[in-house]
Design a protein around this ligand. Structure first.
Ligand code: NAD
Length: 487
């Protein structure tokens, strides 16, 4: 299968924080890949804007190094990298002051291209950037801003941020990015659900036993200790990424695949989430790796806070109070320093009402698994007869879905979530971006849970490095006569 690349209209993308980690690892290499495929038109420009003083030439060299290091080894025709670098400019800018703004204004004046401003800086600078874009005349009706996570740390701060941005930009100009939504398989989840007759009639509490969403990392907090300790798994992962995945699984079919229709349905799911009982949550903190505590220290050492009560692991059981999902639990699990790096959503269907084969044959359940990493793909486990003699014994095999082959095609695989989402910004398509009310609703659900931990002085349970988290997470499932899937 050859992927069809439709070029976007000419644009100027300003990357505030253009010298930072995210710009070097994801944004610049992603744009280069879009340039290689011809999707980024040759007139488009990329303008790095950050605090460091440097020339455009020096910035181009920095971009070239980032592309070599993080570009995923994509082969382009000779000279393509030089042609891409040609399209790059740099402006030294002070987000809090006046330095550099007139230079940027001149660069952006009257080009007639689509203008996009990527806020790849600390959220404390979002308001300053938005205000200056307006005062220097760059916030026209067609301009777009892309804002990175974290979007607030609770409902009050998210609301404040929404109100600040709303002073300068309309909601249709604000792209709150959650890169999980840019993953090929996440969009395929919607295609599978709403493009087939097969699944949707079964997609409810009558036929689905439960749903599991696991996002597991093997790494610890690394160099982000100070930030992470103020945040934890709930704020860093659940409130945004896991919540977005849950919404896509649980939402009602939108009338159209358009931004507001999809986001209206997601919002309804968040608003229908029930408060979570404290005994349906397990929090953990990882221990040091035995024999390598120096390089892989325990969580508290890693964040430099010996009394930290922030969780690096979270498992929880959630319920959605609506007709479709009443009685079907959604189990969420995420953690650092776990046994495997893996993200998977599993829809576990109920047992057949009666086994005509008797108990000796074994009872099996259909499971639809949507794997986001490491290898994106979707499998459906179906029950068949074990081949060979010996009577009727049942086994599970993955149903061969031919699109799994299509997903592994080179051209498709190299479209990283960031580059896909940046192209959506240029196209003006907000479907895969979070709306302000969605983010606020997610915090409104999250806040009481975090406040409860604080009020009760709860301390996370220790868990072995590179394990599946605290034993209490397994026990939580056992009490429900279920088990976490091996992901
Ligand atoms: P970073 O610290 O590596 O880079 C920060 C950038 O901001 C630098 O280019 C710096 O020059 C610029 N900057 C800082 N103060 C400035 C000022 N006063 N005026 C102008 N520029 C200024 O940060 P990062 O890791 O690239 O993260 C950027 C944003 O993206 C943050 O909001 C972060 O939470 C978010 N994010 C990052 C990642 C990631 O993988 N790095 C992932 C998800 C979200």
């Amino acid at each position: 299968m050859v992927s069809r690349v439709i070029p976007v209209d000419p644009f100027d993308l300003v990357i505030f924080g253009g010298t930072g980690d995210l710009a070097r690892r994801k944004i610049l290499p992603g744009l280069f890949r879009r340039f290689c495929t011809g999707q980024m038109p040759s007139e488009a420009r990329v303008i790095g804007a950050a605090r460091s003083e440097m020339s455009s030439h020096e910035y181009q060299q920095m971009a070239a190094e980032a592309i070599r290091e993080f570009g995923g080894g994509r082969e382009c025709e000779d000279g393509t990298l030089d042609a891409f670098l040609e399209r790059i400019r740099y402006v030294a800018i002070d987000a809090r002051g006046t330095g550099g703004w007139e230079d940027l204004q001149k660069l952006m004046a009257g080009t007639g291209r689509i203008e996009a401003y990527y806020f790849s800086v600390a959220p404390s600078l979002f308001g300053d950037l938005a205000e200056r874009l307006q005062s220097y005349g760059m916030a026209d009706d067609d301009a777009r801003i892309v804002v990175e996570k974290p979007f607030g740390r609770d409902l009050a701060t998210a609301r404040e941020l929404n109100n600040t941005l709303a002073k300068y930009f309309d909601e249709h100009q604000i792209y709150r990015i959650d890169h999980y939504l840019g993953k090929e398989t996440v969009q395929n989840l919607m295609a599978v659900r709403f493009g087939n007759m097969l699944f949707e009639p079964l997609w409810n509490s009558q036929f689905v036993d439960h749903i599991q969403i696991t996002v597991a990392e093997t790494v610890g907090v690394g160099g982000r200790g100070e930030y992470y300790d103020k945040s934890g798994a709930m704020r860093d992962m659940v409130q945004n990424h896991l919540m977005q995945l849950l919404c896509l699984i649980a939402m009602e079919p939108p009338a159209r695949f358009d931004p507001d229709a999809v986001r209206d349905e997601k919002l309804k799911v968040i608003r229908a989430l029930e408060p979570v009982e404290p005994h349906h949550i397990v929090r953990g903190q990882y221990e040091a790796e035995p024999g390598d505590a120096e390089n892989q220290p325990d969580y508290r050492t890693a964040v430099g806070n010996p009394r930290s009560s922030t969780e690096s692991f979270l498992a929880m059981k959630c319920h959605i109070a609506n007709w479709r999902w009443a009685g079907t639990p959604f189990y969420l699990r995420t953690g650092k320093r776990m046994s495997r790096r893996s993200s998977e959503i599993s829809i576990v269907f109920k047992d057949t009402p009666h086994s005509i084969f008797g108990d000796e044959a074994g009872r099996h359940r259909n499971v639809l698994s949507i794997r986001l990493q490491p290898d994106e793909g979707i499998t459906l486990g179906v029950t068949i007869k074990e081949p060979g003699p010996g009577g009727m014994r049942l086994i599970d095999v993955p149903l061969d879905m031919t699109f799994a082959d299509a997903l592994s095609h080179d051209d498709v695989e190299t479209v990283d979530a960031y580059e896909r989402l940046i192209m959506d910004v240029i196209r003006g398509n907000q479907t895969l971006f979070m709306r302000g009310d969605e983010v606020e609703a997610a915090w409104a659900w999250t806040d009481p849970i975090i406040e409860g931990w604080q009020a009760r002085g709860e301390v996370p349970k220790p868990y072995d490095s590179h394990s599946d988290g605290p034993d209490a997470a397994e026990q939580m499932m056992k009490r429900d006569h279920r088990a976490w899937r091996k992901v």
